[in-house]
Design a protein around this ligand. Structure first.
Ligand code: ACO
Length: 380
C-alpha cells in the first residue's frame, strides 16, 4: 500500500487586517478582553471570494510540488464557507486552476474540514483510487458572521491554505488518523439562516444569527482534541517525546495550551497563529502548517500532530510524518486582485447589508463567477 506524502503547500491569505480596536468601534468589547480570553489580536477580512482564496492557495501548493494542474486527480474543498451550494466550490477551484482531469468534492465538517479532507485524500491514495490530490482548508466567515453578537464576532477570520498529496513508496504523510463527532452537543454551535430549514424565510446577506455556547464548546474542544491526540499517537506507535511539532486548530490560545498539556508536548513545540489570524475554522491548520514551513520549523522526517475540533461537534487528530523536502520546487504566478478597502470598511459594509467589494446592487444581482475574477488577476 503506498503512502500519501505532502509534497506541496501554499496559502491564500487576504491582506486586510481587522484589529481588536477595529472591533471595539462597533461592539461593546476591548482589546484587553479579547486578548486575555482568546489570545487574538488581529484577523483577516477577505476582499475576494472563498473560491478565489482556495484557488490561490492551491495554485501555490501545486507550484511548490512542481505538479501541473492537469495531473491532479482530486480536489477536496474543506470548509463551511461556500460561494453557492450548487455548484459545489471544489468545481470552482477545478475550473479556475485548469485541473480538468480532477474529481472535485466539498467536505464540510466545519473547523475540522481540512483534517477530514487530508485523511480522506490519504485513504484514496492508499487504496489506489487516485495518485495526486489537492486538499484545501478555506473559510470566508466574515460574510455570514452576526456582527452584532460580540460573543462570536471577535473570534473568527477569513483565510485559506492548501496542500498537495502524492502517492509514494517512502513512509511519509498521514501515518495515523482519528476522526469522530460529539454529535449529542451539536446544538451548541449553530449558524442559523443558511440552509433548507430557512427556505422561504427570506434570509439575505448578513441575516445570520449564531447559537454559540462558548464554555460548552471550550470544554468539549479540549476533551475531544486531547482524546483524539492520545488515540492517534497510540495508533501510530509514538509517544509525546517523538512529536516534533503540534499544529492544532486555532480557536483559542487557552484551548491550545490545554490540549498541548494533555498531549504532554511543551508549548515551544506548538505552532500558534491565533494572535495573527483568529479562528479561521477549516483554514487554521493548513495556514499554520504553511507558516511553520516558511519559518523553517519543519525538518525532513518531522513527526507532526494535528488535532482539530469544530461544529458538529466534529473532532480529529492526524499524525503526519514529513518527507525529505521542506522547500518549494516553484512559485505560482497567480495573485489576488488589488484590494482597495480597509478591513473595517468591508465589515461595516457587510453590517449595513451591502456588498463588501463595493459592487452595485445591479452587480450583486448578476452571478459572480470567481473563476473569471481569478483569471483576470493572474498571472501577477
Ligand atoms: N467582549 C467583552 N465581553 C464579552 C465578549 C466580548 N467580545 N464576549 C463575551 N463577553 C462577556 C460575556 O457576556 C460575559 O459577561 P457576564 O459575565 O456579564 O455574563 C463575560 O464576558 C464572560 O463570558 P464567558 O463566556 O464566561 O467567557 P469565557 O472566558 O468562557 O470566554 C470564549 C469566552 C472566548 C468564547 C471561550 O469560551 C471560548 O473560546 N470558547 C470556545 C470557542 C471555540 O472554540 N470556538 C470555536 C469552536 S468550533 C469552531 O472553530 C467553528
Amino acid at each position: 500500500m503506498p503512502y500519501a506524502a505532502i509534497t506541496g503547500w501554499g496559502d491564500g491569505m487576504p491582506p486586510a487586517v481587522l484589529s481588536n480596536e477595529d472591533l471595539s468601534t462597533f461592539l461593546d468589547t476591548s482589546d484587553e478582553w479579547i486578548t486575555t480570553r482568546t489570545g487574538m489580536k488581529e484577523r483577516r477580512i477577505a476582499h475576494v471570494s472563498a473560491i478565489e482564496m482556495a484557488t490561490l492557495a492551491s495554485s501555490r501548493a501545486l507550484a511548490c510540488a512542481g505538479l501541473d494542474p492537469s495531473e491532479v486527480d482530486l480536489i477536496i474543498y474543506g470548509g463551511c464557507s461556500n460561494d453557492e451550494i450548487v455548484p459545489n466550490s471544489a468545481s470552482g477551484v477545478q475550473v479556475a486552476l485548469g485541473a480538468t482531469r480532477a474529481a472535485a468534492m466539498d467536505i464540510n465538517t466545519a473547523c475540522t474540514s481540512f483534517i477530514y479532507g487530508l485523511s480522506t485524500a490519504t485513504a484514496m491514495v492508499q487504496n489506489g483510487t487516485i495518485r495526486n490530490a489537492v486538499v484545501i482548508g478555506v473559510e470566508l466567515i466574515s460574510r455570514y458572521m452576526d456582527w452584532s453578537n460580540r460573543n462570536v464576532a471577535v473570534l473568527f477570520g477569513d483565510g485559506a491554505a492548501a496542500v498537495v498529496v502524492q502517492a509514494t513508496d517512502q513512509p511519509s504523510g498521514v501515518l495515523g488518523s482519528v476522526l469522530g463527532c460529539d454529535a449529542e452537543a451539536r446544538q451548541v454551535l449553530r449558524v442559523r439562516g443558511m440552509g433548507c430549514t430557512y427556505a422561504g424565510v427570506g434570509i439575505t446577506l448578513g441575516d445570520t444569527a449564531w447559537d454559540f455556547d462558548g464554555q460548552a464548546i471550550f470544554k468539549r474542544a479540549v476533551k475531544g482534541m486531547s482524546e483524539a491526540c492520545a488515540r492517534v499517537m497510540a495508533q501510530a506507535g509514538v509517544t509525546a517525546d517523538d512529536i516534533d511539532l503540534v499544529i492544532p486548530h486555532q480557536a483559542n490560545l487557552r484551548i491550545i495550551e490545554a490540549v498541548a498539556k494533555y498531549a504532554g508536548v511543551p508549548m515551544d513545540r506548538v505552532i500558534v497563529t491565533v494572535h495573527k489570524y483568529g479562528n479561521m475554522s477549516a483554514a487554521t491548520v493548513p495556514v499554520s502548517l504553511v507558516e511553520a514551513l516558511k519559518e523553517g520549523r519543519i525538518r525532513p522526517g518531522s513527526k507532526i500532530l494535528m488535532p482539530g475540533f469544530g461544529g458538529g461537534l466534529t473532532f480529529g487528530a492526524l499524525l503526519v510524518q514529513w518527507g525529505e523536502r521542506v522547500t518549494p520546487l516553484g512559485e505560482s504566478g497567480m495573485a489576488f486582485p488589488a484590494n482597495t478597502r480597509a478591513a473595517l470598511e468591508m465589515v461595516n459594509a457587510i453590517r449595513a447589508g451591502q456588498d463588501p467589494h463595493g459592487r452595485s446592487a445591479a452587480g450583486l444581482a448578476a452571478p459572480q463567477f470567481a473563476e473569471s475574477r481569478t483569471g483576470a488577476a493572474a498571472p501577477a
